[in-house]
Write a protein that binds this ligand. Structure first.
Ligand code: NDP
Length: 294
């Protein structure tokens, strides 16, 4: 059996179209568009690239973005004051503080200062707490795990009642992905670096989400025939045949696993494009909620 390849680019494009339509409707009815404030502290090249990509994606669907580029030595109080100003600004519906922050700034304090109505990254402790509780709805869910769920459901697979295994328990991917699967009534196992007999646990999964950051760790014989495999990992491996000298691979050995699974996301072109699409979705939802459209 050769797996269905879940095309994250195509699904993300479809979601961006839906967002564009919502933004146009908002502009027609209320004369407003969603606004995203992107706060970048310091001069990390990777963070600059992510913020640039996010702003560009906003512009493409009609979302206004406001950039705040701050020096690496900004004080925590000053940063918190900016977040509070943005909380009070009616043109800003979503606030994104690009992580990681410099080490002298307490991440939890800053994330906790964002109004939960504007927490479009879904990292506010209250939103994470609600995600972890039964019958509580967070206002926002972190973008990458939300994208994983969209990929599964929009590809026509049901989650309810399935055995799901999540590899990784980070705050931004593994843990919220597991909570979302649980909310969708899967039976969930979370694995991490201390898990014993990893392959045999993975082999139980009807839905597998891999978010460990280890190149091609999940082999073909780890995967249950007919599983749906969502590969979040992005790992650079040396490749002298590539002009860049490297190529990107996931946490799953794609060529082996695609012969066993029912469906699999490629890397790149799977989960990656969904993360930004979900940020745009969350920002638009925040604006729709603020205007009473939701
Ligand atoms: P972290 O490093 O924060 O977490 C990795 C997790 O994997 C940890 O829970 C760790 O366990 C676990 N782990 C590490 N090694 C092993 C192992 N050998 N066996 C079992 N578990 C292991 O990473 P992130 O969650 O931030 O990211 C994971 C991957 O997803 C990375 O490749 C990252 O680049 C990618 N990513 C992709 C995104 C996208 O948009 N496509 C967005 C975000 C991340 P422990 O807790 O015990 O240390």
């Amino acid at each position: 059996m050769t797996a269905q390849i879940i095309d994250g680019k195509a699904i993300a494009a479809q979601i961006r179209e839906e967002i564009r339509a919502d933004v146009a409707r908002m502009q027609q009815t209320y004369g407003k568009v969603p606004g995203l404030a992107a706060v970048l502290v310091g001069d990390r090249k990777d963070s600059q690239t992510y913020v640039r990509m996010k702003k560009k994606a906003c512009a493409e669907v009609g979302i206004a973005s406001f950039g705040y580029d701050l020096p690496a030595d900004i004080g925590q109080d000053e940063l918190r004051r900016l977040v509070e100003e943005l909380n009070a600004n009616p043109d800003v519906h979503g606030i994104l503080v690009q992580l990681p922050l410099p080490s002298h700034i307490d991440e939890e304090t800053i994330l906790g200062a964002i109004s939960i109505e504007k927490d479009v990254d879904g990292f506010h402790p209250l939103n994470i707490g609600r995600l972890s509780m039964k019958r509580r709805e967070p206002l926002f869910v972190p973008c990458t795990p939300k994208g994983c769920i969209e990929l599964i459901e929009r590809s026509g697979f049901t989650i309810e009642g399935k055995r799901a295994v999540v590899l990784g328990r980070s705050n931004i991917v593994g843990l919220p992905a597991a909570m979302l699967l649980l909310h969708k009534n899967a039976t969930v196992t979370i694995c991490h670096s201390r898990t014993r007999n990893l392959p045999s646990i993975v082999r139980e999964a009807e839905i597998l989400v891999a978010a460990v950051g280890r190149a091609e760790m999940v082999r073909g014989d780890w995967v249950r025939p007919g599983a749906v495999v969502i590969d979040v990992g992005v790992n650079a491996v040396d490749d002298p045949n590539d002009p860049r000298g490297y190529r990107l691979v996931g946490d799953v050995a794609f060529d082996e696993v695609k012969e066993v699974a029912a469906a699999i996301t490629p890397v790149p072109g799977g989960v990656g494009p969904m993360t930004i699409a979900m940020l745009l979705r969350n920002t638009t939802d925040a604006a729709m909620r603020a205007l009473g459209m939701k």
